[in-house]
Design a protein around this ligand. Sequence first.
Ligand code: TPP
Ligand code: MG
Length: 570
Amino acid sequence: MSDPDQTVADRTAAARFLRAFRRQGVTRVFANLGTDHTPLLEAAAAIRREGRDDEIPEIVSCPHEFAAMSAAHGHAVVSGEPQVVLVHVDVGTQNLGAAMHNAHRANAPVFVLAGLAPVTDAGHSGSRDHPVHYFQDVFDQPGIVREYTRWSDQYRPPADPAETVRRGLERAGSEPAGPVYVTATREALSEPVEATATGEPRRVRSGGADAAGVARLRELVRGAERPAVITSDIGRHPADERVSALVDFAESAGAGVVEQTPTTLCFPRDHEQHLGFDPETALDRADLVVVADADVPWIPSGDVPDTDARVVQIDGQPTKPAYPRWPFPIDETIRADPAATLEAVSGELDPADGSTGREFWQDVAAERYADARERLEADRSTERLTPTVLSAAIADVVDEDTVIVEDAVTSRPAIMSQIPLTEPGSYFWKGGAGLGWAGGAGIGAKLADPDKRVISLVGDGSYLFANPSACALFAAETAAPTLTVVYDNQGWNAVEGATTAQYPEGAAAEAAVPESHVETEMDLSAPAQVVDAHTRVVRDPGDLGEALDAAVAAVDDGTPAVLDVKVERP
Ligand SMILES: Cc1ncc(C[n+]2csc(CCOP(=O)(O)OP(=O)(O)O)c2C)c(N)n1
Ligand SMILES: [Mg+2]
């Protein structure tokens, strides 16, 4: 009989999973563990004991699944590489919760591996041996997340897990990218399996438009005086080349650019043709609107879009198969990657043709920049601590190596207008509706690019949704320090705003929507004190500069920092 360690290390399905992940470039598994993972832990330990650590990914223990999934999402969008999350049966899957929704909506490639309850009552080393193995046995565990996955499978021996890994990474990383979900019982993971020849996962993406599509778009652009682009995601990985494709197009076509609920930086936020973050600015004025990589290009309520513009959509998935309804009127559709398509079109434009559009949009943008400055001056002159004042102070500590991870809800407009980020890959937002993303996502972003200074900007609500103590421990354990700034308006301003918008004269508005306010005095930096973090509460605008400088110095020195800044509601 062979050496038992050797058997565990090299022949069990668990070992094959780990080795296959690593062979496909996965260096880290974001794991929240349970009794279903014993074969994986044993295989990893046996392989490491033989000094072959570099054959398997590092298993990073994450104190909460939501944080693990958000970290994987944050890492994936920064690095462009699919990440792996390991969770415990049905309960761990349920704790992925809204982080799964966010990764789905943001097309973040994440391979989720979940244990299943053992299927045997006795007779196998992995058989049930605890009451929880009966509690956790449910009818349709993958159904918990099916809607949010691109693909799902149950691993069954004697198949080689390497093929499950290859297939899952291929479905996660190919367009439309997103989460995949694989289950395995611990008996299955304990089985010895034979290795088979396995290929590489393909990464299939849309290319640019064909010659006819490029020619048609060029003709439309040449015929337009005020073209505009509305985009949410065009600056995604690889950010440098995609952002510069949009900049080249905007400058040569004379197009203004709106970043509509951007998931990342799509266009430099100090550019003289940046029209801001409200699509109406373009829809009201443009004669050609190019919707490029946007899931929700505008809100089609009331009289929006009140536009005479021709609307052209360029998108790899133009009919948006992940949305039950997609009611946006589009005049012409080009199914292609928008960055490659715009690059091809700008190569064929005469920049002189764009001068009318450039001048027109530069005036519009200049007005917007002036409004932002005036607003800041007004708030500063009255010594108010508003989201605008806080954002301007944060802008002072942002440099070209800063990455902003944002989940700040109603403080978002202030952040967007006061922090003039310019670098591709310098900004990320969750892309969906699940609050709490930034806690884990900031850690993932820092792990993906350790030389960057990561600053998470969050609301008091979204900070608490992230399980902040778990995130503080997670950051400490992974040596991934970030600065978190809480825009603490003592409650859920978005809920107050939504209620008063729908019922402006209503009883709830009259009472200032009491359910949206926190009356209890709270120190939101305290949850980070489960580790030796740099923490502080800021109440006075005069203290902002010094507090931010000290927090940044701490983070640059390797200590996570949280500032709870008490702001007025915008
Ligand atoms: C997981 C989750 N639960 C609830 C909501 C509903 N929701 C949307 S905005 C909001 C309030 C957010 O509060 P905060 O982060 O403090 O931002 P503010 O609205 O005060 O700017 C809530 C509860 C959500 N989007 N996600
Ligand atoms: Mg709030």
